[in-house]
Design a protein around this ligand. Structure first.
Ligand code: NAD
Length: 326
């Protein structure tokens, strides 16, 4: 029987998503000309055109793909605007957000719970008071810490649990479940208050392997940790559930630099490498990572890294480094 076609949904989104995602897609196409790509339009631009940033139709389209390559979407200042990213993560139950931060001398994997916590979406806002419910469940915590432990087991076997259990009752539950699972699994583990952890991670990045934490803490911690590798333009991420997977740079739509061909496409290209790894092409993922490293070491860099290469030029150089013709 003929092997079924691998399908990749491509969501450029808004802002620099329109620039970095075509570059990442080109890299995937260079590696796997047999992949079938199809576009899905969501985001602020879509909302401006249709009044809806992401409808059920787009969610269903995303569900048909073997993997999703996602750029970034701009959040509208409108009060009732529903976050597209949160909607997709929930609809596809992409509960594990993996954010690797690595360079010479350290290799950290931040594992962020992606469906609950302070991003539960349960909110009320009035003129004088606004509330957001921070939800931590046993089910949500068990599945994220088990994902983190599985990763630690195939990496350096160390797990750090980041929380704020000294202040937040919800984090007492999170911490205790994580500690119990870590003890049962037999990985080397410790736990730290998230504020102290953020500083220590910057001071001693080599001391960390896998870090598991709740939704907003993981979001902030990964942006902070991007300082270690040269900024937001370099950090990729995977959003993994039991059935679906979406790969996106950690950065947003960066409207301040959009449309100028100066955005760094490395985070998007590395997200494409994580996509290949997820689909079972570990060698391909390694080749893409190596091609990015080779391009940087040849002095080809975008402006955020002190160079003058444009987004497209950097992408072309990576394809050249891959030594393949598209
Ligand atoms: P941002 O990540 O878009 O930008 C922060 C800073 O980093 C900006 O100065 C930007 O120019 C720079 N930057 C980001 N990516 C870069 C790249 N690839 N190369 C070079 N420089 C880069 O964050 P923000 O400004 O806080 O948010 C902008 C918009 O993006 C907002 O509407 C926000 O809601 C949205 N956002 C979306 C996502 C997502 O879609 N997953 C994530 C974060 C923010």
């Amino acid at each position: 029987m003929e092997k079924p076609m691998t399908t990749i949904a491509v969501v450029e989104g808004d802002g620099i998503g329109h620039e970095v995602i075509p570059v990442a897609r080109n890299v995937l196409e260079a590696m796997h000309p047999e992949f079938e790509f199809f576009p899905v339009d969501v985001g602020y631009g879509m909302w401006e055109r249709t009044g809806c940033p992401c409808a059920d139709k787009e969610i269903e389209e995303l569900k048909t793909a073997d993997a999703i390559l996602f750029g970034a979407v701009t959040t509208s200042p409108m009060k009732d605007y529903q976050s597209v990213v949160l909607r997709i993560r929930k609809a596809l139950d992409l509960y594990a957000n993996l954010r690797p931060v690595k360079a010479e001398g350290f290799d950290i994997m931040i594992v962020r719970e992606n469906t609950e916590g302070l991003y539960s979406g349960i909110e009320e806002s009035g003129p004088d008071r606004a509330t957001t419910l921070r939800v931590v469940t046993r089910k949500g915590t068990e599945r994220i810490v088990r994902s983190a432990i599985r990763l630690a087991e195939v990496r350096r076997g160390r797990l750090t649990i980041g929380h704020k259990a000294n202040v937040l009752k919800s984090d007492v539950l999170f911490r205790d479940i994580c500690l119990h699972e870590a003890r049962t699994a037999g990985v080397i583990f410790n736990d730290k208050f998230i504020d102290a952890l953020a500083l220590d991670l910057l001071q001693h990045p080599e001391a960390y392997d896998v870090v598991v934490t709740t939704n907003i803490f993981g979001d902030i911690l990964s942006d902070v940790a991007s300082y270690l590798v040269g900024g937001l333009g370099l950090v990729p991420s995977a959003n993994i559930g039991d059935r679906y997977a979406l790969f996106e740079p950690v950065h947003g739509s960066a409207p301040d630099i959009a449309g100028r061909n100066i955005a760094n496409p490395i985070a998007a290209i590395r997200s494409a490498a994580m996509l290949l790894d997820y689909l079972g092409d570990k060698d391909g993922a390694g080749m893409v990572e190596a091609a990015v490293g080779m391009t940087i070491s040849r002095g080809i860099r975008t402006r955020d890294l002190g160079g003058s290469a444009g987004t497209r030029e950097f992408g072309d150089a990576v394809i050249k480094a891959l030594g393949r013709n598209r």
